[in-house]
Design a protein around this ligand. Sequence first.
Ligand code: TYM
Length: 332
Amino acid sequence: MTRKRVLSGIQPTSDSFHLGNYLGAVKQWVELQEEHDAFYCIVDLHALTVETDPTLLRKRTLVSAAQLLALGISPEKSTLFVQSHVPAHNQLGWIMECLTGFGEASRMTQFKDKSQKSGTDTTRVGLFTYPMLMSADILLYQAHYVPVGEDQRQHIELTRDLAERFNTKYGQTFRIPEGYILKEGAKIYDIQEPTSKMSKSSGSGSGLIEIMDTPEANAKKIKSAVTDTGREVKFDLAQKPGISNLLTIHSALSGKSVSELEAEFEGKGYGDFKSAVAEVVVEYLRPIRARALELLEDEKHLIDILHDGAQKAKEVAALTISDTYKNLGMVL
Ligand code: TYM
């Protein structure tokens, strides 16, 4: 039986991934590569939708690759590549733009949020068409599943709509993908502001746990995480968002269930609990950061892995482009 296909992507917009990226997405990427035909891409074209610095973009693309490998993505099991190495993404991106209604694109909540923050003059057209390029990323590989965090749900819905629309109008061309969004961990919150999602574009950064940060810095951040009124370590998103978020993080990394943790910390204070969370996070991330730093010392090796991945990705993507063009009536 052929293995089901998985595709996902991550933006190289920061010097480090954060725990939300890992628990919401990359942890599932690592698990899924065992039984699936997995394609994972570093979406550098998407990163251009906001102001970028060439030195930083290059550095962050390589740091992203190093982190993905250190987190457990295996180049033998998965196809790991950089989006811009496979020009078919742009080719299909344009087709998706020509299939999307202006109103439909205007309803994308991520675009609305980001453009409201920066105003229409500085908002790039690329930010508006971002979801159509993301649809192209997914549909090119005929993916069955797309492992992402909760914040990407609407983009996956759009992708499904566009694929169905195309298939109905022009004949069967694309597989309709499904989001692979976990119940636990699909939304990790900022540890200083536990009602907002953990995000690189939020606040001061003190609410963000970063993979490439030093163990000491992360321990300090977790020990000063915001907690809630009361004393009990109990999962209650409405009344105790801070503690609930820390419980989710501990549970995802230690493998203990939330109820086991509640029992373990019964009668103990928030201070003890935060120290335990700090310990779990720091010890989990310590070898990953070390491995990523080691991989970054050999840039050529990293780039070779990405080029090999792009080669495999190009072959699959070319098949979809030729079917798409043929079905659209383009002369081949
Ligand atoms: P990006 O780069 O913002 O984030 C990468 C992944 O991390 C997840 N994530 C979170 N999950 C839980 N809690 C959080 N606080 C949190 N913050 C981020 C995101 O949901 C995502 O899965 N548009 C995508 C990149 C992309 C893509 C694709 C994804 C481009 N093409 C094709 C899948 C398929 C994005 O901006 O992810």
